[in-house]
Design a protein around this ligand. Structure first.
Ligand SMILES: Cc1ncc(COP(=O)(O)O)c(C=O)c1O
Length: 395
């Protein structure tokens, strides 16, 4: 359930990585996205969960709450839109970056079609950014994507294609459709020969890290540990790289948590190279149900992630309930299935009396990210007994 990565280093952020992902690029993304009406104009909250930290036996627990980022419901609202802007700029260098999502070039983009596979959140963000800028968008979903997630994407005018296979097969199908029609794939995962666009998606995720650094440093705080959930690894690479560059040799301990049946990053750590998941890749944590590691993300994760951990679906369900109810007098939070993975790992470690395995103790100050809210509202209600609105009303 836990793997210590012997390849993790504590050196200054290497220049060969900085040439791909860096703090300046994240700041630029922040500026480009800041005018998009679908995003909150303010930084998302960084909740200090004092009661939960005490109950877990650690000093502090901060939760960056991406359920508040956008009506799109997740941090993915930062990735695909950033990549789409950069892609459009590459083809239309005279356009102004911060006007693209405002629809200023709608007519010129009417035939600039994009396509992507998704397990929900990435496709929704790409569909919304395409609708705002005027690009036609096709989204490929796999058999396990729920009807409510499909409808949420289609609401942004995307053409939907559903295949019978799994996530990885939907990635292949998107690639095939793009080649057949001369369209561009805007994917959040990278594979052989396809790295530029997933890099730009990850760069957008750096916006969260930039906000967290400001929010923590306003209070003269620094985390000892950062725990992030892993799908293909893009979120973790985008956020950890920012913190690595920022803190250098003094960086916090980095941990990745995945569903045990979609353990591609855990397996990559064991094998020392991008690897596939060993399980069914079917998890209630839909955003984390990925079978293949993003190759470009792995370049950042192998030399920096100290521990890889696995959790079960039930761990996530229990943590959704805990967050929604506001245990230990902490603020109630709308945490979706994939959003709560960091808390689920902490609770599991406490239950198994294994906190020390991650070098956690009473002095630890831990940062986690609630990466999504109720992106599948009916499922959220079924699992927590509450609607997102009821949780928000108690905040
Ligand atoms: C809510 C949520 N959290 C985390 C992730 C994981 O991100 P990545 O696949 O970049 O590792 C996803 C991916 O879709 C997601 O939707």
């Amino acid at each position: 359930m836990l793997f210590k990565n012997q390849k993790a280093t504590y050196m200054a952020y290497p220049s060969e990585l900085a040439s791909t992902l860096n703090q300046d690029a994240a700041q630029k993304s922040k500026q480009w996205l800041s005018k998009w009406p679908l995003l909150s104009p303010n930084a998302t909250p960084l909740w200090s969960m004092k009661g939960t930290a005490h109950a877990l036996g650690i000093k502090s627990l901060w939760i960056k709450d991406e359920s508040k980022r956008s009506q799109l419901g997740s941090f993915k609202a930062l990735g695909a839109p950033n990549a789409l802007i950069k892609l459009i700029l590459k083809h239309f260098p005279a356009f102004e970056a911060d006007k693209i999502l405002l629809g200023a070039y709608r007519e010129q983009l009417a035939n600039f079609a994009v396509v992507s596979a998704t397990d929900g959140n990435h496709g929704r963000a790409l569909a919304a950014a395409s609708q705002s800028s005027g690009c036609p968008c096709t989204i490929v979903i796999h058999a396990q994507v729920s009807k409510e997630r499909e409808d949420a994407i289609a609401a942004y005018d995307a053409t939907m294609v559903r295949i019978a296979g799994n996530y990885d097969e939907s990635v292949e199908e998107a690639d095939r459709i793009a080649k057949e029609n001369g369209w561009t794939v805007v994917s959040d995962t990278s594979y052989e020969g396809y790295t530029e666009i997933p890099r730009d998606v990850m760069q957008g995720y750096g916006v969260m890290a930039a906000e967290i650094v400001e929010q923590l440093e306003d209070n003269q705080k620094k985390p000892t540990h950062i725990i992030l959930q892993g799908g293909v690894g893009g979120l973790a690479a985008g956020v950890f790289s920012y913190f690595w560059e920022h803190y250098g040799v003094e960086r916090p301990i980095f941990v990745i948590v995945e569903p045990s049946q979609a353990d591609c990053l855990y397996q990559s750590a064991i094998q020392g190279k991008p690897a596939s998941a060993t399980g069914s890749v079917d998890s209630i944590m839909a955003g984390l149900a990925c079978g293949e590691t993003s190759q470009i993300a792995w370049r950042f994760l192998q030399p920096s992630v100290d521990y890889f951990a696995l959790i079960e679906d039930q761990d996530a369900i229990d943590s959704m309930l805990q967050l929604a109810q506001g245990y230990h007098e902490d603020t109630p939070i709308v945490g979706g299935e994939s959003g709560v993975a960091g808390l689920a790992l902490l609770r599991k470690l406490v239950e198994q009396d294994q906190l020390d395995v991650l070098e956690l103790n009473a002095n630890s100050e831990v940062l986690i990210i609630n990466t999504e809210g109720a992106t599948a509202p009916e499922l959220f209600k079924e699992l927590t007994g509450l609607t997102a609105e009821e949780v928000i009303a108690k905040q």
